[in-house]
Design a protein around this ligand. Structure first.
Ligand code: FAD
Length: 565
């Protein structure tokens, strides 16, 4: 009986968006499927993310008259990734991503809308679009999930409007860009939340989920529709090999080890290794701290990587993360990513000499990489400091500090002063407090104030392209990403080269099969998401470049398993 109980066609390890997508397609193709998740919560980093997926040439953009093509996307990814990944894998991505989304929309509860104003991250490269490739999850009503929603990895407050209300990336951008009707939109979102009396009597949690929480809840509900079992508290520890193929896995469930057999395939969707300090030290640039990561604490510790290496799997990109500058807030288990705030006008990032070293409004991967590169050269940009003045403080958010007009210093947590933010009446005093060279900082601010006036950042061209300006303030002229720093008190916050996951992992082929250094696949073994080495190589082409491929190769793995069973 035991062998029957523990026998499945397909076993999926991990419960992020890619893993769940793979399980759904495998089940719909007639396979018996089991998902095992190590944490007591399902959803992984995917559940706390923005949930955006970058799908070139998708149907939704075309439906609103958008213009995209396979060829332009290929040109663009190749230019961005600069040979760091095999072209055939990029092609496999472009072939399958729109199909995956089409089938997901047709058969599951998942629903995305096109973010037609969200530009690709390198808008000056050939083939880039100024919007239309990033897909943003619609809000999802979680009522039908019942108690199960309590077991979902909870999104942190900063993905919610005022820490409570669900919204989409399109809502957030409309508010930041102060587009026509943004105030009404916010009032609408607040009213819808407040007037939901039945839910308000029970809990503060919004009935609706947005961003990554929406995507994961919709996938979870779609798994329930299909009776696909998802075992939480079940940790993959190793592979089982029979006749040179992966025929199952070993797990620890409630303290007991069990062997689970997979007739046709094992799909590793167990994330990267960013939560493993010793693997960070082994592979990532120095210095590197687990606590700088924005992913759920203790989750992704490199289980797929280590077990795969024992089988002789090839690996790639192990020295790369999806870098994101982050702020550590005391008592919060993970760091907070700074995605948009660096573009707001009037905040600059400086190193220990008080000098800027990069375009603050650049995409987060490039910014994190630049922190390391500057640190290797100068030894003084880990940590770096984001500096702004009282006017900025009043107007804009920075990390956990909401705009002063909503959250003045008197209402910010007392424990944040001199742990999260530093404050002084003059720039000089501020520099002393944070041990940054005062004359260097003064000079940088003076130069920047000049750029704010002319609208041209002569050093790093901040605000010089449509991506920078996506999170700029359109009311600020002549450059929406530049404003003078003149009004005390002055503020500084410490930022680290954090991440939203590692980028390297098991090398896979066009069918998501894990391969050996010879290129020969390890039969029965598939890897997706951050358990695999990214199809984007060293680049981050657009918002959704991690979950888009995770879901797409989850789909590809299911198709390959089914076709070869
Ligand atoms: P995860 O979603 O982390 O799932 C891995 C799961 O495997 C986890 O639940 C983990 O507990 C489990 N696991 C680990 N080890 C084991 C084991 N031994 N046995 C069983 N289970 C195990 N990316 C985008 O593409 N678009 C966005 O909009 C976006 N926004 C982001 C916003 C934030 C704030 C953050 C932090 C990240 C964001 N990202 C975004 C990045 C993205 O969320 C991650 O890169 C992606 O979710 C990784 O997917 P995954 O399936 O590889 O891992």
């Amino acid at each position: 009986a035991d062998s029957n109980e523990n026998q499945y066609d397909v076993i999926v390890v991990g419960s992020g968006a890619g893993a769940m997508t793979s399980a759904i397609f495998a089940a719909d193709q007639g396979n018996s499927v089991l998902i095992v998740e190590k944490s007591d919560k399902y959803g992984g980093t995917s559940a706390i993310s923005g949930g955006g997926i970058w799908i070139p040439n998708n149907d939704e953009f075309k439906a609103i008259g958008g213009n995209d093509s396979y060829e332009s996307a290929l040109t663009y990814i190749k230019a961005a990734s600069q040979g760091s990944v095999a072209e055939s894998r990029i092609r496999a991505y472009l072939d399958n991503a729109p199909k995956m989304l089409r089938e997901l929309h047709a058969n599951t509860r998942v629903k995305f809308a096109v973010a037609d104003k969200y530009p690709d991250y390198y808008p000056t490269l050939e083939g880039a679009l100024h919007g239309g490739r990033t897909m943003d999850p619609e809000l999802f009503n979680t009522t039908g999930l019942g108690e199960e929603i309590e077991h979902q990895q909870p999104a942190s407050g900063n993905t919610l409007l005022m820490g409570k209300m669900a919204w989409t990336a399109r809502h957030a951008h409309k508010a930041v860009a102060k587009e026509r009707g943004w105030m009404l939109m916010i009032i609408g979102l607040i009213l819808r939340y407040k007037l939901d009396f039945r839910q308000r009597r029970k809990t503060k949690r919004d009935r609706r989920a947005g961003l990554g929480a929406s995507l994961v809840a919709a996938l979870r509900h779609s798994l329930i529709d299909r009776n696909i079992p998802l075992w939480r508290n079940t940790e993959f520890t190793d592979f089982v090999i029979t006749n040179d193929r992966v025929s199952g896995i070993k797990v620890t469930k409630e303290g007991k080890s069990i062997t689970l057999n997979a007739r046709y395939g094992v799909v590793m969707g167990s994330g990267g290794f960013e939560q493993n300090q010793s693997l960070r030290e082994k592979y990532l640039p120095e210095p590197s701290q687990q606590m700088w990561s924005a992913t759920p604490k203790g989750g992704n510790t490199g289980a797929a990587l280590e077990a795969g290496q024992k089988l002789g799997a090839a690996t790639d990109l192990l020295d790369w993360c999806w870098w994101t500058p982050t702020i550590k807030v005391p008592k919060e288990p993970s760091s907070r990513g700074l995605f948009a705030e660096r573009s707001f006008p009037g905040a600059i990032v400086v190193d220990g000499e008080g000098k800027r070293f990069f375009n603050e409004a650049a995409p987060y991967l490039e910014f994190g990489d630049a922190m390391y590169k500057n640190h290797q050269k100068m030894g003084n940009s880990v940590p770096a400091w984001v500096v702004f003045d009282a006017r900025f403080r009043h107007e804009y958010a920075m990390g956990p500090l909401m705009p002063g007009k909503i959250m003045p210093d008197s209402r910010a947590s007392k424990s944040w002063l001199e742990t999260v933010y530093w404050k002084a009446d003059t720039l000089e005093e501020l520099a002393q407090k944070i041990k940054v060279d005062a004359s260097g900082l003064a000079k940088t601010v003076e130069t920047m104030n000049h750029y704010a006036q002319t609208g041209v950042d002569e050093e790093f061209d901040r605000g010089g392209n449509v991506f920078d300006r996506y999170y700029g303030d359109p009311n600020v002229k002549p450059n929406p990403c530049l404003a003078p720093i003149t009004k005390g008190p002055y503020y500084a916050m410490m930022i680290n080269p954090g991440d939203i996951g590692t980028k390297g992992g098991l090398l896979t082929n066009d069918s998501a099969q894990v391969v050996k250094p010879s290129g020969e696949p390890i039969e029965g073994l598939y890897a997706i998401g951050n358990a695999s080495s990214s199809v984007m190589g060293t680049s981050y082409p657009g918002a959704g470049s991690t979950i888009g491929p995770a879901m797409t190769f989850g789909y590809v793995a299911a198709n390959h398993i089914t076709a070869n069973r």
